[in-house]
Design a binder for this molecule. Structure first.
Ligand code: PEP
Ligand code: MN
Length: 355
């Protein structure tokens, strides 16, 4: 294993690093190239776990770890390990199958939720989204319906034939929410909330982990590592845009990192074009870009009356627009030899049995 060193190191810093490596059980050798590199070899009987990798990565003198440590983090893709396939109801993420998740930003009324659910299912969605505990930027904005909203989401999901996904905000909410939804969402603002990650890991419920709005790919993967290390293997990553300097779009959809994640982790990765752009008119092109770079699905905010949505109204699209995205998605996936995970025959569309 090689450590790439920071460019402005003085001999004292280097000596300190060498000493730290020796204490961790490694022999060291400086490698002469155009970059400053330090080669590490584990001493007899030393095994380097993920903790060692983290400690080296955090060392002030280290710019990056180059190559493997011999030790394996649980999220890492390798030749021996098959891609993780996460199944939630009819939704199959990964292994050549992609998923469409759709629904309003927040659960509002039963009528609205049912109308959207029926339409997005008919278009090809297999998971119904809807927030009941909303992490709003302002304390004066609609905060969600709470547990009664979750019961409503579950009921509509069951009636329409869609599994449900909703955001969990606090560790103490995890247990009461188990059994009331099929997948937990950990939102961007909570990606690095380690008590929440640990609690959701323990629940065993599949997780949609959103990237923090200013998190690096490595930080994102380490948040996923908390879930995996805590015993929850059903983790789906979601790129939802990172903070940029330009106000033309709400965030910047980082498709480069989607492609990168697909190379370095076996976990499924999906894209949220709605929060990435924050504008209904840009959701469709961004959705296409996500599938084109290899995403295993999309999560999209859909509302039957976007102008009056109680949350994220500017980015909500109509069910008809969602149907056009579903068609794009099927076509793009076919180009790639992949397929959309479709809803099974609908409980609503089943013809009544003739007597
Ligand atoms: C959401 O899905 O409505 C949401 C709040 O997403 P994010 O955490 O990505 O902002
Ligand atoms: Mn939203």
């Amino acid at each position: 294993m090689l450590l790439r060193l920071k460019s402005d190191l003085n001999p004292r810093d280097l000596a300190e690093l060498v000493q730290s490596c020796e204490l961790l059980g490694f022999e060291t050798r400086t490698v002469e190239t155009d970059q400053a590199l330090l080669e590490l070899r584990p001493k007899e009987g030393v095994t380097a776990g993920p903790e060692v990798r983290s400690r080296l990565e955090d060392h002030f003198a280290v710019a990056a770890i180059v190559g493997g440590l011999g030790a394996h983090e649980l999220h890492q893709r390798s030749a021996e390990r098959a891609e993780t396939v996460v199944r939630v109801g009819d939704a199959v993420f990964g292994g050549g199958s992609a998923v469409l998740i759709a629904g309003p930003c927040a659960v509002e009324t039963e009528e609205l939720l049912r109308e959207v659910a029926v339409k997005v299912r008919a278009a090809g969605a297999t998971l119904l989204r809807g927030g009941v505990c909303k992490p709003r930027s302002s304390p004066y904005s609609f905060q969600g319906l709470g547990l009664p909203g979750l019961e409503l989401l579950g009921r509509v999901g069951r009636e329409v034939g869609l599994a449900t996904v909703t955001e969990v905000l606090e560790p103490g909410d995890v247990e009461p929410m188990v059994g009331l939804c099929d997948m937990f969402q950990i939102g961007s603002r909570n990606m690095a909330n380690t008590p929440l990650l640990r609690e959701v890991a323990k629940s065993g419920v599949p997780v949609l982990l959103k990237r923090g709005m200013s998190a690096t790919a490595r930080e994102f993967l380490l948040a996923a590592e908390y879930l995996l290390a805590g015993g929850n293997a059903n983790v789906v990553l979601c790129e939802r845009g990172i903070r940029g300097f330009d106000k033309a779009t709400r965030n910047v959809l980082d498709v480069g990192t989607v492609a990168y994640l697909k190379q370095v982790t076996h976990l499924p990765v999906i894209v949220d074009p709605s929060h990435a752009c924050g504008r209904a008119d840009l959701v469709r092109p961004l959705a296409k870009s996500g599938i084109a770079v290899g995403a295993d699905g999309l999560i999209i905010e859909v509302h039957s009356d976007p102008a009056h949505a109680l949350s994220d109204a500017e980015q909500a699209i109509l069910p008809e627009e969602f149907a056009a995205i579903a068609d794009d998605t099927r076509r793009l996936l076919a180009l790639d030899g992949r397929r959309l995970s479709e809803p099974s025959s609908s409980p609503l569309s089943k013809a009544p049995t003739a007597i």
